[in-house]
Design a binder for this molecule. Structure first.
Ligand SMILES: Cc1cc2nc3c(=O)[nH]c(=O)nc-3n(C[C@H](O)[C@H](O)[C@H](O)COP(=O)(O)OP(=O)(O)OC[C@H]3O[C@@H](n4cnc5c(N)ncnc54)[C@H](O)[C@@H]3O)c2cc1C
Length: 605
């Protein structure tokens, strides 16, 4: 190949990977020439395959040249069939990676479940950017990557990122009794200026008059007001009309967005909130506070003009996101309401603290939103729900008056007299005041943490375990029972081999030995937090009770996977929607005595 002078890099690669020089002049021998011709064809095909797979990935939002070799590989497998070494070299060459190692000679076989990604340069301002028309971060989400309907979570934010999910689509097809054409996106998230303009051509200039606009521009600054119809402004106005239920995402994707806010403003200080509310009152404007836009109950959606004839402005709280003060001795912190759970967790952790509130949406939902919706978090066993965590609330009411809980903000603690506005503002759904800041309870980060999982013979056994645990001591910080379908989904999301203890349990004869039927088994995922002793105690309690209810302990990995899966569910829902499948999660409260009845009533098919 080297003698042909056509494919120098390929020749170098062959020499170094096959142990060196073969013999000069050999390429002219007719038999050898035939072989060399075949090799050269294979090399060219291999390069073409790598180029095509890069093109497909670029269409899915991966940035050319920055993606992992292994992501390309996933796509590549679909088209050409060539050996692993050639494939890797072709991809490395097309990606422009240099050097022996980069070019594939010395690579170890990396065909494991998890693809490692290279350091990706972050574009300025792109960090943590939210997707439009889909749940989550712009750089994350499930995409089809490779043959046999393989799906992969792009990006490296989540532990599941890069894992080849070969069984996910077959699982969905079986469960939903349908065929999925994974290559075809029937309802993609809107992208591109022209498409967005066409999709939202019904969104016109809002009803706000020039004088009214000037009032708010003067208060918040021009850069913090979106009143117009540029693509950027339309995206803001449309986004602020919705939360994140599937119906919201569907409306955004199909363009059926209805009445959207006439404008969006971003407030930065308490004083601006007061002035905005007073200004709105004078100008006859209806305001809707916007936190992270993650609610699933159409709480941000503009009422019809018949119901609300006034122009509507959405007040985005996202720029009020600081920790105002923190008193470690008292275990209290005062935090602005627009802070997201993701940022608050990070800021507190840097001080060795936590508030312990972790709703599944916490990466995007806000403190003000949690209070307004009376949110509950995954770790409520230890830290409580938002009403237990929030010690004081401050807001601005419809007249522009500042209202403070704790009887006008006199100290933060339990008062034994009279009613308190805190109780009124918690769950007020944005209808009574704009919440501007809260005093929250903070604790030292736990000394020890851990995960666990238990496989139970049936939902009833799982329920028995949960019920007994709920009444006793040694409760873990989080404990979730998942039914058989979700349990099997969890297995599928573990990726190719379904490795780990639960994965092997499912395959092994252990289930058979214990008389478990894979169509009935359910899982319990557990998270422990506390001092080392507390965690040991919680673990012993869970494991002893699990044994009592006939459960098999699956261990740490299954528990962690199950816990983290909750952050992937909305991404999965939106991936499925792109392929024409509807799926949604609903939450409700029911007492133990009625639980089985409710579950039975909810079963479909
Ligand atoms: C994937 C996913 C997972 C979820 N998981 C959970 C969960 O585990 N637990 C749970 O409880 N909920 C959950 N939710 C629902 C949702 O995240 C919560 O209701 C959350 O508290 C909403 O907060 P937000 O900041 O996004 O509020 P938004 O959606 O922006 O607003 C919700 C309501 O609160 C009002 N509001 C927002 N900020 C303020 C403010 N500063 N002052 C006054 N009113 C305000 C709005 O006007 C609106 O009426 C989930 C949702 C999704 C999509």
């Amino acid at each position: 190949v080297e003698e042909r002078g056509e494919m120098k890099e390929w020749a170098d690669w062959m020499s170094c990977s096959r142990g060196g020089w073969v013999g000069k002049g050999l390429g002219q021998e007719p038999e050898v020439k035939e072989v060399v011709d075949a090799w050269i064809r294979a090399f060219k095909d291999a390069e073409e395959g790598a180029r095509q797979s890069m093109g497909s990935l670029a269409e899915k939002g991966f940035k050319e040249g920055k993606m992992s070799v292994f992501h390309v590989e996933g796509y590549y497998d679909e088209g050409l069939f060539v050996g692993g070494g050639i494939k890797k070299f072709a991809i490395a060459k097309v990606l422009g990676q240099q050097g022996r190692k980069g070019m594939g000679c010395d690579w170890e076989d990396q065909d494991g479940d998890v693809w490692e990604e290279e350091e990706e340069e972050e574009e300025e301002g792109e960090e943590d950017e939210e997707a439009f028309g889909a749940w989550g971060f712009k750089d994350s989400g499930f995409v089809v990557a490779g043959g046999n309907k393989t799906v992969v979570m792009k990006g490296k934010r989540y532990a599941i990122g890069g894992r080849k999910l070969k069984k996910l689509v077959p699982f969905l097809e079986k469960e939903m009794r349908t065929k999925i054409d994974v290559g075809k996106e029937v309802l993609p998230a809107p992208k591109g200026t022209e498409k967005i303009k066409r999709l939202y051509n019904g969104v016109k200039e809002g009803q706000l008059g020039g004088d009214t606009k000037r009032v708010f521009e003067e208060i918040c600054g021009n850069e913090n007001c979106a009143f117009g119809c540029s693509v950027e402004e339309i995206i803001k106005r449309v986004r602020h009309n919705f939360g994140h239920a599937q119906s919201d995402v569907y409306k955004i994707r199909t363009g059926g967005v209805g009445r959207v806010p006439d404008g969006v403003i971003y407030v930065e200080t308490d004083e601006q909130v007061v002035r905005v509310i007073k200004g709105a009152k004078e100008c006859g404007i209806c305001l809707i506070p916007f936190g992270g836009g993650t609610n699933v109950a159409q709480m941000l959606m503009c009422p019809t003009i018949e119901k609300e004839p006034r122009p509507i402005i959405s007040v985005d709280m996202g720029k009020m996101n600081s920790v105002v003060w923190c008193n470690e001795e008292d275990g209290l912190a005062c935090v602005e309401a627009g802070i997201t759970g993701r940022v608050l967790t990070k800021v507190l952790a840097a001080r060795g603290l936590t508030m312990g509130h972790e709703p599944d949406s916490f990466e995007f939902s806000t403190l003000g939103g949690w209070v307004a919706t009376k949110a509950s978090g995954m770790k409520k066993n230890k830290y409580g729900n938002i009403e237990d965590i929030v010690r004081g609330v401050e807001g601005v009411d419809g007249k522009g008056q500042v209202i403070k809980s704790n009887h006008g903000g006199r100290g933060v603690g339990r008062g034994s007299f009279g009613m308190d506005v805190k109780g009124v503002l918690i769950g007020s759904e944005g209808g009574l005041a704009i919440i501007t800041r809260c005093v929250i309870k903070v604790e030292k980060l736990p000394e020890a943490t851990g995960f666990d999982s238990v496989v139970m013979e049936s939902f009833e056994c799982g329920l028995g375990l949960m019920r007994e645990m709920s009444g006793g001591v040694g409760k873990p910080v989080s404990m979730r029972l998942v039914d058989n379908e979700q349990f099997r989904l969890g297995m599928v999301m573990k990726g190719g081999s379904g490795s780990g203890i639960i994965g092997s349990l499912m395959k092994s004869f252990a289930l058979w030995w214990y008389g478990f039927d894979t169509k009935n088994v359910v899982g319990v995922t557990v998270k422990y937090e506390g001092s080392k002793d507390e965690v040991d105690f919680q673990k012993n309690t869970v494991r002893n009770l699990a044994k009592k209810w006939g459960g098999l302990v699956g261990g740490e990995e299954g528990g962690r996977g199950g816990y983290e899966l909750t952050f992937g569910i909305a991404y999965l829902r939106d991936f499925a929607m792109s392929r024409g499948l509807i799926g949604e999660s609903f939450e409700t409260f029911v007492n133990y005595s009625k639980l089985l009845e409710m579950v039975d009533a909810g079963e479909i098919g």
